[in-house]
Design a protein around this ligand. Structure first.
Ligand code: UT7
Length: 325
């Protein structure tokens, strides 16, 4: 049995269709919905998002990110013995997106399942994979966050449709003698389920309820800032470390103001926060592994550094993973 799990490779993928704020504003204006590049940048820090073309599903984005992570780790798909996909926008009601990914990677037999914790999904998935690797039920896992949020956006609602995008990020997580994941912390509180939701479902062959995203932005904002500080302190305490030890904060990429506020509360300089929300918007479960992969590939994140990954989102859910890269 291995003592630890460790990330050995990262990958990410954004679909090619990129819409700047100006592109999106022009598109929305045709339907009488008013927004502007200035408003979006000032309130969120977002400059552009990517949307998948019709017919492209979360599993397609996930496979691209997974291939990148496999190459980076020096592994092949045949080495993978566990696949967990965090998504709220699966290809189908069932089977799982993870099963689709497994098949598209040309492998069979290993367990493959989805985790649904909206924007905290990747933190949940990594927590589950870490536990499975440490207890010996997996040795080489693919952990993926993949979303096509464009499919559940209400393009008549300017308070939400400008915020989200599509994408995927992935890591290969392997058993190791050295850490690795040092501490994890995940939570949910269903009493806040209505502040961020897609309150529809399939019944009797039709969609019932409202199948598009609804959000009380200010309520989410307030809750997010508090729980992100709490969960970061919890994982640091579990690992016997302090804020000053953190090399990089890699938060869920929803809004630059939430990230700045979390960094301030943790007394981390803004230069230690990985920010990619400007280039892809909020990609829900994909945002943390996407940001991680960008920072690994541009050389900011180095082997041996201490990374704080933290997420927050619908459910209400939140959590963090503290790891030595
Ligand atoms: O993954 C986790 C999910 N989500 C989040 O983390 C989001 C958390 N919340 C937020 O990021 C912010 O609350 C938002 C970015 C969603 C909104 O920012 P805000 O500073 O809370 O703005 P607001 O809702 O107070 O709206 C301010 C004004 C309103 O106009 P009035 O009533 O002051 O005249 C809105 O109607 O901005 C207006 N507005 C817009 N104007 C132009 C709202 N959306 C837009 C828009 N373009 N897209």
């Amino acid at each position: 049995m291995s003592l630890y799990s460790r990330i050995t490779g990262t990958g990410s993928y954004l679909p090619p269709r990129r819409l700047s704020n100006a592109d999106l504003a022009a598109q929305l204006a045709r339907d009488g919905v008013e927004t502007s590049d200035e408003w979006i940048i000032e309130r969120t820090g977002i400059r552009a998002r990517h949307f998948a073309d019709p017919g492209v599903g979360a599993s397609d984005l996930a496979v691209q990110a997974a291939r990148g992570a496999l190459v980076a780790s020096g592994r092949s798909a045949a080495d993978i013995d566990l696949i967990i996909v965090a998504t709220s926008t699966p290809d189908m009601v069932f089977p799982s997106t993870a099963s689709m990914v497994q098949h598209k990677l040309g492998i069979a037999g290993c367990p493959a399942f989805d985790v649904q914790a909206v924007c905290t999904g990747f933190v949940y998935a990594l927590t589950v994979a870490d536990a499975m690797v440490r207890t010996g039920s997996a040795r080489c896992a693919l952990v993926i966050g993949a979303e096509v949020f464009s499919r559940i956006l209400d393009f008549k609602d300017r308070t939400t449709c400008v915020l989200f995008g599509d994408g995927a990020g992935a890591v290969v997580l392997e058993s190791a003698e050295q850490p690795g994941v040092l501490a994890t912390d995940i939570h949910a509180d269903g009493k806040h389920r209505d502040i961020l939701c897609v309150p529809g479902h399939v019944a009797g062959g039709a969609v019932t309820g409202h199948p598009l995203l609804r959000m009380d932005g200010q309520a989410v904002f307030k809750l997010a800032v508090g729980v992100l500080e709490q969960t970061a302190r919890t994982t640091l305490a579990r690992a016997g470390l302090s804020e000053g030890d953190v090399d990089w904060l890699i938060p869920h990429q929803a809004n630059i103001r939430i990230m700045q506020s979390t960094a301030r509360k943790l007394k981390l300089p803004e230069g230690k926060v990985v920010v990619t929300v400007d280039s892809h918007g909020n990609t829900s479960a994909a945002s943390i592994p996407l940001a991680l992969d960008v920072a690994v590939r541009d050389g900011r994140v180095q082997r041996g550094q201490l990374l704080m990954l933290e997420g927050v989102g619908g459910g209400f859910t939140w959590g963090s993973v503290l790891l030595r890269y």
